[in-house]
Design a protein around this ligand. Structure first.
Ligand code: ATP
Length: 260
């Protein structure tokens, strides 16, 4: 039986390098079941690389990673990936791509089904529930190349949730979306977390989204530079130092809002 305070992600001194680039230079992070952790930092800080480790795909030069109790190793990669749902930025999809929203969401079930197993009625029920949860039922038969960015992200979230994951990774899910769609996706992610207490790691450049997180991790130059609650992170000096450019916050309706 899973305990509420159980550690589900344990990263110790992780070093990851891509040829000559060192992407992570000794990163340590512990995440407990049910936490909603925001990850921010400038381009190239190593945020996506960190998610890759949690997704069972990264290659460590040194250090230690355990996800859901399993060490990061090729023999565990498939198991970890089936337990981790992942949503990236909106992708450019060819409008001629002959695959519907419902079929995309069913892809989320295949990791659980294993090879040569056809989806059962129970799998189809999970898919319909997730499509409904993200508000895509009216568009379930539409080809995914015919969706707006916001609808595409809803579909991607439904696909990830159809896996019934233990960990949910979101890598800039609101990038390239208009203001309304950004807000709707953030509300949806927060609502899913509230309802399911699903452990969530959320990489974002949207600093105004941080109050939704239990904890915010600050990354720069392949290192974790600090972490804290949104209130402690949303400060002019902390953000200006992190991004290497002046950032000004103002207080509006009782919360800190980023001006520049
Ligand atoms: P962004 O905010 O721009 O998405 P990030 O914080 O997610 O950046 P990463 O994508 O993890 O940063 O990249 C960290 C470093 O590793 C960068 O210097 C990047 O160029 C390098 N890197 C990332 N992926 C690869 C790859 N597949 N091959 C070579 N270098 C890579």
């Amino acid at each position: 039986m899973a305990r509420a305070d159980e550690v589900v992600i344990e990263i110790e001194d992780a070093v990851v390098s891509y040829r000559e680039d060192v992407a992570l230079r000794g990163v340590s992070l512990t995440v407990r079941r049910g936490e909603f952790v925001g990850i921010i930092g400038p381009n190239g800080a190593g945020k996506t690389t960190l998610l890759t480790l949690v997704n069972g795909l990264g290659r460590l030069l040194s250090g230690r990673v355990r996800v859901l109790g399993k060490p990061l190793a090729p023999r565990n990669a498939h198991h970890i990936r089936t337990r981790v749902g992942y949503v990236a930025q909106v992708q450019d999809i060819d409008p001629r791509m002959p695959i519907t929203v419902r079929e995309v969401v069913m892809i989320g079930r295949y990791g659980r089904l294993g090879p040569f197993h056809r989806p059962t009625q129970a799998d189809r029920d999970v898919v319909e529930r997730m499509i409904e949860l993200v508000g895509m039922s009216p568009l379930a038969d539409r080809p995914i190349g015919h969706l707006s960015g916001g609808e595409q992200q809803r579909t991607a979230i439904a696909r990830a949730l159809a896996q019934e994951p233990d960990i949910f990774l979101l890598d800039e899910p609101t990038a390239f979306l208009d203001w309304r769609a950004q807000r709707e996706i953030l509300d949806l992610v927060q609502e899913i977390h509230r309802r399911q207490r699903l452990t969530t790691l959320f990489v974002t450049h949207d600093l105004n989204a941080l109050p939704r997180c239990d904890r915010v991790v600050l990354m720069k130059d392949g290192l974790i530079q600090g972490e804290g609650r949104a209130g402690a992170v949303l400060r002019n000096e902390v953000l200006s130092e992190l991004y290497g450019t002046p950032i000004t916050l103002i207080e509006h309706a009782g919360r800190q809002v980023v001006l520049s």
